[in-house]
Design a protein around this ligand. Structure first.
Ligand SMILES: NC(=O)c1ccc[n+]([C@@H]2O[C@H](COP(=O)([O-])OP(=O)(O)OC[C@H]3O[C@@H](n4cnc5c(N)ncnc54)[C@H](OP(=O)(O)O)[C@@H]3O)[C@@H](O)[C@H]2O)c1
Length: 295
């Protein structure tokens, strides 16, 4: 198995960041959401390809894998793919998961867990991943809209209790605004924030600045615009041509340039896209490039 702490692997070209101060990861990671299905309503994907993508990601130096028990379609369950592909896990591999959403009857994560249901969800992740302790667990709050507007203290306190019991090493929050981050921090340390963010979706720039100031990991979901706010890739092509790289690589490189605490986790079910995405770790954008992209 690959030594994921080897600093010369492609994913580490953009440097490392220690999540929670003690879990060093290559700044470019991988998200598993696209392994069971390519789109929210798309057909189930071939699990053999998912296993190959996960193994290749680790070979390329990825040691931060973001997953969730609710990333599933039919019999294909992202957490189980992670375990099948990678266990026994190599030293230094950090697996982050998230709890909060529950699958509704249509198979989409449209329901929210109560504080009392969170223990069962954490235990489910431990079982599926074959772990005794989860490295990083996010409380994912809200629906598909902009973050904010609901209290999270009771749910976060339930996770903090599980951390006290040793089931979780670090806690994170996902889809939050500044008030919710403060609410969580009043209960227990927050090692990571995971919000929607990409080169042209920067509404959370203030939250990113706060994470940068406090050394909290900022993990942008939908880094390639795979969600509800697509990226206009034509706006990236001039910069991509200047560097001889692709527009997707520019999108990821722009995130990496935005802050040392930025840890993108682009998702894909394609080996070719994976190789391309990890290649972004060695794309260095200049201040002029970044000004062009923002313009
Ligand atoms: N906390 C949350 O609420 C939340 C929400 C969503 C996602 N997440 C996490 O964030 C991770 C990243 O989000 P994501 O996977 O949805 O978004 P993304 O990286 O923005 O987009 C993935 C989409 O882009 C395509 N893609 C990937 N690489 C590409 C490339 N080089 N060129 C062209 N298309 C490419 C993928 O298709 P192919 O698969 O066909 O390559 C997929 O459709 C997820 O995997 C998940 O772990 C968290």
């Amino acid at each position: 198995m690959t030594d994921t702490t080897n600093g010369s692997l492609p994913a580490t070209a953009s440097g490392t960041f220690a999540i929670g101060g003690d879990l060093p990861v290559a700044r470019l990671g991988f998200g598993t959401m696209r392994l069971p299905r390519g789109t929210f309503t798309g057909p189930v994907r071939d699990p053999a390809t998912g296993l190959a993508v996960l193994r290749r990601a680790v070979e390329l130096g990825v040691n931060h894998i973001d997953t969730a028990s609710f990333y599933r379609r039919g019999d294909v369950v992202a957490n189980e793919l992670v375990r099948q592909a990678l266990a026994p896990y190599p030293d230094g591999l950090v697996i982050a998961t998230k709890v909060g959403p529950m699958l509704g009857p249509d198979g989409t994560p449209s329901l929210q867990a109560t504080p009392g249901q969170l223990r069962g969800l954490v235990e489910g992740n431990l079982r599926e991943l074959g772990l005794d302790r989860l490295d990083l667990v996010y409380l994912r709050v809200g629906g598909r809209g902009a973050p904010g507007g609901e209290p999270l203290a009771e749910r976060f306190a339930a996770l903090a209790q599980l951390r006290e019991e040793g089931l979780i090493r670090h806690l994170g929050v996902s889809n939050v605004d500044a008030a919710q981050l403060a609410e969580a921090r009043a209960i227990a340390p927050v090692a990571a924030v995971q919000n929607a963010f990409h080169v042209h979706a920067t509404a959370d720039a203030g939250l990113l600045a706060e994470c940068t100031r406090s050394g909290t990991a900022f993990v942008p979901f939908f880094p390639l615009g795979g969600g509800f706010e697509p990226i206009d890739m034509t706006r990236l092509e001039k910069t991509a041509a200047r560097h001889g790289v692709t527009a997707a690589q520019v999108a990821l490189a722009a995130l990496l340039a935005a802050s040392p605490v930025m840890l993108p986790i682009p998702g894909t079910g394609s080996l070719a896209h994976l190789e391309e995405n990890i290649g972004a770790a060695s794309v260095l954008l200049s201040p002029e490039d970044l000004a062009d992209l923002a313009g």
